[in-house]
Design a protein around this ligand. Sequence first.
Ligand code: NAD
Length: 435
Amino acid sequence: MKIVVIGTGYVGLVSGACFADFGHHVTCVDKDPKKIEMLERNEMPIWEPGLDSLVESNVRKGRLEFTTRLSPALPDADAVFIAVGTPSRRGDGHADLTYVFNAVRELAQKLEHPVVVVTKSTVPVGTGDEIAKILKEEGAPEGCSVASNPEFLREGAAIADFKHPDRILIGANDDKAREVLREIYRPLFLNKAPMLFVSRRTAELTKYAANAFLATKISFINEMADLCEAVGADVQDVARGIGLDNRIGPKFLHAGPGYGGSCFPKDTLALLRTAEEAGVENQIVNAVVKVNDDRKNGMAARVEKAMGGSVSGKTVAVLGLTFKPNTDDMRDAPSIPLVNMLVEKGAKVQAYDPVGMEMAKPHMPEDGVTYADGEMTAINGADALVIVTEWDEFRALDLDAVKAAMKGDKLLDLRNIYERDEAERAGFDYRPIGR
Ligand code: NAD
């Protein structure tokens, strides 16, 4: 198959490289010339484990190309995937579809033969209908199909997720789209990945339902963590105790500083807007969003409380800035409100993240934060240490050495990666979440 992917970000680049690895010919198009220039030098514009070698080998085999120009990529294409961003629209939380519709308009004007247009971006119900309308209005050749194929990969494990998905969801209203997509994913079908064929609208909604459900699990366990703290129970054990029940499942039951990232915050909001427009109340998702906002905004107060009520004039070491480990993605990361509020309250923050510091800087206050070159530099002389992101390299710190390098004794472990005994043995006033 000949595939064009529009948008070479976390989803487009991984999808394009994996499709090429299946044996298809893929052209990845991005309007950001810097990204394309980097890719042409085999430098990755995003940090994703294993991506560089996957891209390099497929480029070498002539199956993967990069360009800023859509037209030359289109002849002979069977399918064009749209993988551009769909951020929250400022102010109202609706998914901003400007990038999607602009890409479709350009595509419609440049296509010379019918193709299957596939939305990989997460888009609200009805977007496929709108895309079909735009294709027609802008004079795309007769016979184009529009399908929805939402992506479920996780950053940090994106290649494995793409190649071994729990399911492949295809929303298509015609046989041509179903056939082309079945052929594209055939290599995975042979691996027995379940392929679900549903209507386009159903596929669009399923993606939001999946993210909202996962966000619900996180907000739920975070509320349980608060309850555990109040009544002297251990949320880790509660999570294990409920998670071993197959009806519940163990994943997404880690209490922490609230969910962030490029998907859950914006997708839960967009789902609420969809429900509102449809005149349907989504009380659960509403509560999930509120619990999470309160949680993220409450982390600075937790530090303040640990420090006896004020962080003014104190030095706080923050380990981990990205919204989760193994990515450089800072979108909606819990570290953003935490660091900003700490600085606002008069603290000096010494931050360290293994890969996310450059991406973090625009989200952080200009004054009051210094960026360390390693965890021990960040910790040096700190009154408190806050572990915000559970990067592997923070999981086995020499706590005696950490304590000796610090001025104070507060250890706020927002990811529960240490045991109370070992932290207390090293002399810390240890403050985990929900235990
Ligand atoms: P991203 O911001 O990393 O990448 C989007 C890319 O599209 C950018 O490089 C941008 O330059 C490019 N672009 C925008 N308009 C373009 C145009 N007209 N022509 C060519 N290129 C254009 O976004 P992302 O994180 O890859 O997310 C893409 C979509 O996938 C979103 O809808 C998101 O919700 C969804 N999604 C993301 C993830 C994730 O983990 N990041 C997972 C599943 C689904």
